[in-house]
Ligand binder design. Structure first.
Ligand code: NAP
Length: 267
């Protein structure tokens, strides 16, 4: 029997790549999009779902259960970027980001857990970010939203283990996707105290995404996790130095680590 998989945000980038790979491997894949009618070339069905609209999550979950009778794997992939000097990011945009990157995945988990408890099985994979392991300058809100999701995963994992449900985090490094074009950029304000540094940082961040890894690497990693009987709490996927930066944070004194980051970003 093929496993039934729900991937939020299956229209582009990492989610699309995971969906295509799992579909090719014989899984029954349901992806989602806020506007599925715009996507005409998906090899798996795309349901309408906006993680900030709880009713759309419930409708999509109900439809999958009606069509396939179960949900074995949920990949909480939908997410958006946000950049800017914290002082200048409108609070509304900070809250919007948390609605998608933090509260959205929580609502998806709340919607699928009753079905997984009834099945006495299930796997939830939360797509976080290596940026969630450290506060990155001009990406403070993104780091915070992904770091918060990492902790939710750690905690919930222990709450649902007795029901046979597994939860894990997969933190990608930089991947070449549409995330830079879709993210909220606080504008580089002329005359702002941050104008020069932030303008330069924004160019560097865009270059990092453009020269990022192939989303197929994420698809392979997720496939391997699904095949594992006891997934780890955390996975990191990406360039060696990006993954190693997490190890360095653990072993270096805080101030030395901060200096290293500031040198890296030429701050
Ligand atoms: N690319 C990277 O370098 C990178 C690094 C670390 C982590 N990540 C994380 O990986 C995940 C996928 O990102 P990506 O790089 O593949 O970006 P992407 O190409 O921009 O794709 C984002 C996906 O999320 C969906 N989405 C956005 N807002 C949504 C909402 N409110 N409700 C439901 N779906 C929504 C989009 O679908 P529609 O627009 O069709 O609704 C799209 O399918 C995100 O969580 C991101 O934070 C990416």
């Amino acid at each position: 029997m093929s496993k039934v998989v729900l991937i939020t945000g299956g229209s582009s980038g990492i989610g699309k790549s995971i969906g295509e790979f799992l579909h090719q491997k014989g899984f029954t894949v349901y992806g989602t999009s806020r506007n599925p009618e715009r996507i005409t070339n998906s090899v798996f069905p795309l349901l309408t779902l906006d993680v900030t609209q709880v009713s759309t999550i419930q409708t999509a979950v109900t439809e999958i259960i009606a069509r396939s009778g179960r949900i074995d794997v949920v990949i909480n992939n939908a997410g958006v970027g946000i950049t800017g000097p914290l002082e200048e990011i409108p609070t509304k945009e900070i809250k919007n980001n948390f609605e998608t990157n933090f509260f959205g995945p929580i609502e998806v988990m709340k919607a699928v857990l009753p079905q997984m408890r009834a099945q006495k099985s299930g796997l939830i994979i939360n797509i976080t970010s290596i940026a969630g392991y450290m506060g990155l300058p001009y990406r403070s809100v993104y780091s915070a939203s992904k770091g918060a999701l990492e902790l939710i995963t750690e905690a919930l994992r222990m709450e649902v283990k007795l029901f046979g449900i597994q939860i894990t985090n997969v933190a990608p490094g930089d991947f070449a996707t549409n995330i830079a074009s879709g993210r909220y950029h606080a504008p580089v304000l002329s005359g702002s105290a941050y104008e020069k540094v932030y303008g330069q940082m924004l160019r560097t961040m865009d270059e990092h995404v453009d020269s990022g890894s192939d989303p197929l690497d994420m698809a392979v990693a997720v496939y391997q996790i699904i095949q594992t009987s006891k997934p780890k709490v955390h996975y990191k996927v990406g360039a060696f130095m990006q993954k190693f930066s997490i190890v360095l944070k653990r072993i270096l004194p805080d101030k030395l680590y901060e200096k290293m980051l500031m040198n890296h970003y030429k701050l």
